[in-house]
Write a protein of this length. Sequence first.
Length: 534
Amino acid sequence: MSEAAAGGSFLRRLTARLLAPSFPDFFFLALIGWLFLAVPDGWDRLLLDGDCGWHIRTGQWILQHGTVPYSDLFSYSKPNDAWFAWEWGADVIFAFLYNLAGLKGVVLLGGVLIAAFGVVLFRYSLWRGGNLLVAVASSMLAVGASSVHYLARPHLFTLLFVPVAIWIIDADRRRPSSRVLLLIPLTALWTNLHGGFLAVLAILGLVSAGSMAEGLWARERESGWWRPSLRYAAIGAACLAATLLNPYGWHLHAHIFQYMRADWIKDIVDEFRSPTFRSENLLQYEILLLTGMMAAAGFLSRRKVVEPLLLVFWAHQSLTSVRHATIYCAIAAPLVACELSRLWDLWADSASRKSAGRILWQMGVDARRGAGRMSAVPALAVALLAFAGVPVKWPSDFPDWQFPVAMVKRHQEVIKGSRLLTSDQWADYVIYRFWPQTKIFVDGRSDYFGEKLVRDYLTICRAGTGWQGLVERHGFTAALLPKDWPLADVLKQNPKWKLVEEGKKALFFQRVESSLPAVASLPGGHRGNFRGQD
């Protein structure tokens, strides 16, 4: 065969390989369709958390100035205090996509990260030997359970990176190679995208401890049984060193440690509380929780310790803080699929070939062949969504059934020139709409504002004891309040405040001119003397 003919044959095979869709391709497309296209306002739901607003504006500030911020950009309650923009890398990505395509670019990235998360779980489950049908079921459970955190925020990078990191570690445990060193640059990247990078350090510590326990528990201890434990401890140390490659150095670690150990966070911030099993996604999490504990017992019966350690540790973490439920699901789904598939394999060996269970088992086994590869079809589909003008309802603003979009627009001139009191979520939206012309009292950055100021905020919104003194102290001149706030009813009866507009979800008040407190400086300068005490 001539070189030209051989080259043409190679190109045809490569083209067929790139364009022939596989099962994971269809799984990716099905997740995009199921989560975002088939659901009314599917893309809008990624914007239910207003934090996305200040992430976009932070990224734009970084792109404009060529550096990360070291002091606060957004508040009049703690102006210019030291601030860690610890998710600055994700902020830059969000800002770049926003500048390129508006909110469409931001939510499309979120959808791609979520669908990629599901595909990685599915392919990892197959790699571990899972039956295809079981792998689909466990991955779908994890995708459904994790939907509690499907928001256009930097934690979506952690959602994807956790199963990627565990797969790298698991592949190295099966066949050690230098590819495990990919964890080091991955951790450095992760550190600059989201604070969830701590998960990989915990995972490597558990793998090291579990490997040591497995070596000690082995029926016949082999020479060098301790080496795997030392290997993953050393990799963990290298990854820890890589986390210092961030603009704030070790000060970031001190800040995160102080934040995570604060008891008041667990009392006040919803995502740090234990899960309440009252929704469909948390029911799916509960199923994975129960099957994960059964899988842990199965692994232990075969003297495997690493997998049970991972399952039990992250199950505990998820039960004490619902924000860890997604990490647990990412770890549990492939392990559950592996263990259930093993049990199904044992049953199928003795089952009748004509039984329904055996036929399904054989279908899952046969379908695994070739199901591990992916083509260019998902990338082409994403490009079609992004550039080809496919008729999709993309968000042009944050959802008006979550934020008082119209009311904010009607009163924008007053809001821009006021010291505004509003909810932390709506403050995030105000930052998105009007920063830098307007600054806010508190927003979603509880780590920045600290316990004292956050408790002041809660006392005010609940009209608790001393709320009037706090209102005077912070010098509010306008208030955009949710209708269910106790303060909203109180201000209606207060002669110092005028109700300007009442809507279905919000009320807008202005302070009566004769009752305005003395404030050193009002926005635009936003340099008042009313500051929270940390």
